[in-house]
Ligand binder design. Structure first.
Ligand code: DGJ
Length: 747
């Protein structure tokens, strides 16, 4: 049982092999956090770690649900305004219950279990006698994962309305001292840049008020002790299973830090009529005593296996060719079929028709909402195209942007009131499109019917679901004035309801989420679609940084990664096909170019890439991922990462160099996830190296590879000169009983 109740001390202890989360409960008292970190003895009391509050001290110790106005002067987890306008609460412990397994959160995506033995859930009930508010703090501890899932349920048990002004999913007080904060920030086409900074006194936060989680900040915070590395030290993660406005904040005071994550209170309020309740999204708290790498691994496993869902969760993801950068909106059926045939010749498995296929859509200026194939381009519709693609032996997929409407569209002409906008206000223009009001159930219903009809009309096996603009002039067309603060959250609930209905109705369809690349790359979307388009920037060097950053929390099976043409369409850089492949392999591989425009030699390289990826995709999509050399640290000129199989039998290492320098020295990269007692056959892909004398492979000990490193030869006379943006891939296979008296020597 991972949840222990030490009744004599009033302590509840969530524990597994990797962590303990210890709460103190007392009648009339607020629940407090005694310890979150490495696993400790559940049969002993740990109350001495946080002395109980004494009468003359107004500051409560480490409240699990801080509220304003009654002695806690820090950032609140819950602000509940009562009928008289006051927000003071006296939340007292009422009771708790422990359940096997993990209940779902109504209307919201969340992590789950397949068998009750996988986790236990604790619900702590608090009540405020005067207002009638009942607050449930809900915690799930997974048996085999270093994570605790948390959310809040607030019930109006009184007889007057209450208004939630702030309802964070989790608030965690940790001891003070030197902490470092890591966040994933950036912008369009440069998502998930790793930003690390010391925690300073006061508050530091990231968030979104755009209506989606955004390109600018990802709903993740990592807190580390100053000396934590990839392999060593304490690391804590707070991640939010949510796709809308969020706030993630750390507030440091003299003796503690408070980290909180949840819906951004800056654009949120929620009215609770008597008897009504609201559940917050789920926060995933993770802990590692073995550095950032193990923290990421816990998130990867949880998100890949117990957040993503549906038949595609565990299936190998197909290699696709997406038409966007190949033809944009400029195509007809014949051109698409040529593209599909070329894709098939490369070994690609899925042909995806991106934007531009529906009524009058020749640019981004028109037609969103009119989900009918354009007969000028597709006289036989999606059905004939899809069948022809299938006849080639490929799966067929399409792009949609169901949450949007163009001003120039039949849908907008019929339902102008469905587009979001504040009455009497000028609408902010962006990409000639508006966002549909998904807080209205009839709009969700209409979109469902339109997209379901589309999916029934043709053999569609994959859907790329895009969302290309933020929400401005927020206003719910059907919401009364006092509920307008609910608009953003209701919008997100509408998105989830739509996704869920479509995914349930079409379980065999593989959904990929997208928001101009990674504008909604978050755990909430991952519960809806098992993979996401990581970034609109397909340049290999830029992608190194974005994919590295995203890997702090997201598994490779969730990251769409495409090889595109050069000069790169987003930034003009020219990199080799080999390097583009070597980066995209560490994700869900796709192509986004016209193979017919390439030389025969280049096509042969692509064919080899696809074959290589298919042969190793189990490892690349589902293996253990290790970050080795950071593009954000050191000389920022090199990066390296690897995937290793869980049984340490096989591994693939990627090594990248941004700029070539004269006399580039050799580098030793310490590998991870290998068996130090084993020997490995190390070969380079696609060939040449690693033996100076032309040997196809060398044998190296796992001890040497992990403790000394894999030698990457320098650009000396003996080593290869690749020029800027070089890369190398190494394949490691464990060898049994291979005599290695004189292994070839790498100079
Ligand atoms: C933005 C996406 O991120 C691109 O990949 C592409 O699908 C375009 N939208 C199409 O409009």
């Amino acid at each position: 049982m991972p949840i222990h109740h030490l009744a004599s001390a009033g302590e509840l202890h969530l524990r597994n092999e990797q962590l303990s989360y210890v709460l103190r409960l007392s009648p009339r008292g607020r629940p407090e956090l005694l310890h979150f970190g490495g696993p400790i003895d559940p049969e002993l009391s740990h109350g001495h770690l946080v002395p109980p509050v004494v009468a003359w001290c107004t500051e409560p110790g480490r409240p699990e649900c801080p509220t304003p106005g009654s002695g806690d002067f820090g950032a609140p987890a819950l602000v509940l305004e009562q009928a008289d306008g006051s927000s003071t609460l006296e939340l007292a412990y009422v009771g708790h219950r422990i359940l096997a397994g993990k209940p779902a959160i109504p209307g919201l995506p969340s992590t789950y279990v397949e068998r009750d033995e996988e986790a236990d859930t604790l619900e702590v009930e608090l009540a405020d006698a005067r207002s009638g508010a009942r607050v449930f703090l809900v915690y799930t501890v997974f048996r085999d994962l270093a994570v605790v899932a948390r959310h809040l349920r607030v019930v109006n048990g009184g007889d007057a309305p209450l208004t939630l002004r702030c309802a964070m999913s989790a608030s965690v007080d940790l001891p003070g001292g030197a902490w470092e904060l890591t966040q994933l920030s950036g912008g369009w086409a440069r998502e998930c840049q790793v930003v690390r900074r010391p925690v300073a006194p006061g508050s530091q936060s990231i968030g979104s008020l755009r209506g989606h989680s955004s390109h600018h900040h990802n709903p993740l915070l990592i807190l580390e002790r100053g000396d934590t590395t990839e392999e060593r030290g304490d690391a804590y993660g707070l991640s939010l299973v949510y796709s809308g406005n969020f706030l993630a904040e750390v507030e440091a005071s003299a003796d503690k830090i408070r980290a909180r994550i949840g819906i951004h209170p800056g654009a949120f309020s929620w009215k609770l009529a008597p008897g009504e309740e609201l559940c917050t999204p789920e926060a995933i708290l993770a802990y590692s005593a073995e550095g950032r790498g193990a923290l990421s691994e816990a998130y990867h496993q949880l998100f890949r296996e117990r957040l993503a869902r549906g038949p595609w969760r565990d299936r190998p993801r197909p290699v696709l060719l997406n038409s966007w950068e190949a033809v944009y909106c400029d195509f007809d059926e014949e051109r698409l079929l040529r593209l599909a045939a070329e894709a098939r010749d490369l070994g690609v498995e899925l042909f995806v028709l991106d934007d531009g296929w529906f009524l009058g859509r020749d640019s981004d200026q028109t037609s969103l909402g009119d989900w009918t194939p354009d007969p000028r381009k597709l006289p036989g519709g999606l059905a004939r195209l899809g069948r022809a693609v299938e006849a080639m032996g490929l799966g067929f997929g399409i792009w949609i942007e169901p949450e949007m409407v163009s001003q120039r569209s039949q849908l907008f002409a019929a339902h102008p009131d469905w587009a979001i906008g504040s009455p009497g206000r000028t609408r902010t223009e962006y990409r000639h499109q508006r966002v549909l009001d998904l807080s209205r159930p009839e709009v969700v219903e209409w979109i469902f019917q339109a997209i379901a009809g589309l999916l029934r009309s043709a053999p569609i096996r994959y859907v790329k679901w895009d969302m290309n603009r933020s929400i401005t002039e927020p206003f719910g067309g059907m919401l009364p004035a006092e509920r307008q603060g609910e608009f953003f959250h209701r919008y997100v609930l509408g998105v989830y309801a739509l996704y869920r209905r479509l995914a349930d109705a079409f379980p065999e369809v593989l959904f990929e989420s997208c928001s101009s690349g990674g504008g909604r790359f978050d755990p909430g979307m991952l519960a809806c679609a098992p993979q996401a388009w990581t970034s609109d920037c397909t340049d290999a060097m830029e992608r190194l940084a974005t994919q590295w950053g995203a890997s702090l929390c997201y598994p490779l099976s969730s990251m769409g990664a495409h090889v595109s043409a050069v000069p790169n369409h987003q930034m003009g850089r020219v990199t080799s096909l080999e390097t583009r492949g070597a980066v995209a392999f560490f994700g869900v591989l796709g192509y986004e170019l016209d193979p017919g425009a390439l030389e025969d030699g280049a096509r042969a390289i692509l064919r080899d890439q696809v074959a290589f990826y298919k042969a190793h995709r189990e490892l690349l999509q589902r293996g253990r991922f290790f970050r080795l050399v950071s593009p954000f640290e050191g000389d920022r000129n090199h990066a390296s990462w690897m995937c290793a199989s869980r049984d340490a039998q096989r591994a693939i290492v990627g090594y990248y160099r941004v700029l070539q320098h004269v006399g580039e020295p050799s580098h030793l990269i310490r590998l991870r996830g290998l068996d130090p007692a084993a020997r490995y056959r190390v070969s380079a892909w696609p060939g040449s190296e690693p033996g100076a004398g032309g040997d196809a492979f060398v044998i190296r000990g796992g001890d040497e590879l992990t403790r000394v490193g894999l030698l990457i030869p320098g650009e000396s006379d003996a080593g290869p000169r690749q020029g800027d943006f070089g890369s190398r891939l190494f394949v490691l296979e464990r060898c049994w009983g291979v005599p290695v008296p004189h292994p070839p020597v790498i100079p």
